[in-house]
Design a protein around this ligand. Structure first.
Ligand SMILES: O=C(O)CCC(=O)C(=O)O
Length: 232
């Protein structure tokens, strides 16, 4: 079944379309109203405290907890946000599914990450769309993500100046997985929290099979759209 995204009454603004095409990323308002952000941040912290060791990956600068499809209904709106689904249609240009949905905390005092692409383009076209939802404000000091605008379109990414995607908590970065990016240094004494999701072609293999981990209580609350996005 094709993920429907044209029946929500929401469209991806022309500016966001242009930025996605030309720069490879855009910032849009996320789906969580500002009065609910503190509650979402508390749920994030609680989910991280309750996660079992197998689901936690402590990397050199960030700590990642996987599978936020199963960690509470308050996170569902993130991976179902209509403008993000529209960006997937636009960039992937074929049926797609959610591949990963995790929390990523950039720990205090950590240096900048190497710039990288998540997925290369292949002969069929672009292969991944990602979002980064800002649980905390992203600032020049706390490790906001740096992008090289246009680098998905050129071989020589280093030749382009980077742009640091700062924004208030609740903002969402949507990006083409082939654009060069990486978090900057967190020079503060506070963690920089984010929720991150990736969408890939529906028939592509991925590291995680979200369907295998599906809890009965998750399955029982999923909307038809959510089932479609999860390829259930
Ligand atoms: O957390 C960030 O700011 C960047 C994350 C990233 O580069 C990635 O997920 O590939």
């Amino acid at each position: 079944m094709t993920v429907p995204c044209d029946n929500t009454g929401v469209s991806l603004p022309a500016k966001a379309c242009r930025e996605l095409d030309e720069a490879g990323f855009t910032l849009i308002p996320g789906p969580v109203p500002s009065h609910n952000l503190a509650r979402l941040a508390a749920s994030y912290d609680e989910a991280l405290s309750n996660a079992v060791a197998d689901d936690i990956k402590v990397g050199s600068s960030t700590t990642r907890v996987r599978d936020f499809v199963n960690r509470g209904p308050e996170f569902d709106a993130l991976y179902l946000h209509p403008p993000v689904l529209m960006a997937c249609h636009r960039i992937l240009n074929q049926n797609f599914r959610l591949s990963t949905m995790h929390a990523r905390t950039l720990r205090p005092g950590m240096p900048a990450q190497n710039l990288h692409v998540d997925y290369e383009r292949d002969p069929q076209g672009w292969t991944m769309v990602g979002f980064i939802f800002m649980v905390d404000d992203f600032t020049e000091n706390n490790g906001a993500t740096r992008f090289i605008p246009g680098s998905h379109l050129c071989a020589n990414a280093e030749a382009y100046p980077g742009e640091v995607a700062c924004g208030q908590a609740g903002t969402m970065i949507v990006f083409n997985g082939s654009v060069w990016h990486g978090h900057t240094a967190n020079r503060t004494s506070h963690p920089r929290r984010s929720m991150q999701g990736a969408y890939i072609r529906r028939d592509a293999g991925s590291g995680e099979d979200l369907r295998v981990r599906m809890l009965p209580e998750t399955l029982s609350r999923l909307s038809p759209l959510a089932k479609c996005v999860l390829a259930i």
